[in-house]
Design a protein around this ligand. Structure first.
Ligand code: GTP
Ligand code: MG
Length: 149
């Protein structure tokens, strides 16, 4: 089953939207299989954001995500990566549709509340980076028969 890595960033934690993010993914029908709160060490953030190394916002981004604890999660279900990205909204919250997480809680790109994997390959890489295999739970989501046909 497809999995995606979703992370509430330090501003999302401070803004009190951790519960909202979890609630939206649960409500949609996705299955939570891993979750933890941590202050990410710099080396982890360098790996996580390696695609942005050298960009002008890179150091600003690492300082932002490292400024406080984040809530890291793995959500599982059909098309979790692409639907997850839609649920987050555009990178720039000012361009995010209302009803998306960024569109409901943010205004600027540098404080955009949440992260979500942008492809299945990114999701696999990010999940392996943030979670050990034994931190991912295998459980039967008994509502599945009412979520999927
Ligand atoms: P993530 O889910 O966090 O990866 O966002 P994204 O995939 O929608 O955007 P992208 O991977 O291109 O950028 C990663 C993160 O860097 C963004 O979510 C922003 O937090 C930050 N970022 C991107 N561009 C800028 C920028 O121009 N200025 C600042 N301050 N931050 C930026
Ligand atoms: Mg990205």
């Amino acid at each position: 089953n497809e999995r995606t890595f979703i992370m509430v960033k330090p501003d999302g934690v401070q803004r009190g939207v951790v519960g909202h993010v979890i609630h939206r993914f649960e409500q949609r029908g996705y299955k939570l299989v891993a979750l933890k709160m941590l202050q990410a060490p710099r080396a982890l953030l360098e790996s996580h954001y390696e695609e942005h190394k050298g960009k002008k916002f890179y150091e600003i981004l690492l300082a932002y995500i490292g400024s406080g604890p984040v809530v890291a999660m793995v959500w599982e279900g059909l098309t979790a990566v692409s639907v997850g990205r839609k649920m987050l909204g555009a990178t720039d919250p000012a361009k995010s549709e209302p009803g998306t997480i960024r569109g409901d809680f943010g205004i600027v790109t540098g404080r955009n509340i949440v992260h979500g994997s942008d492809s299945e390959a990114s999701a696999k890489r990010e999940i392996a980076l943030w979670f050990k295999p034994d931190e991912i739970s295998q459980w039967t989501h008994t509502a599945e028969q009412w979520i999927y046909e």
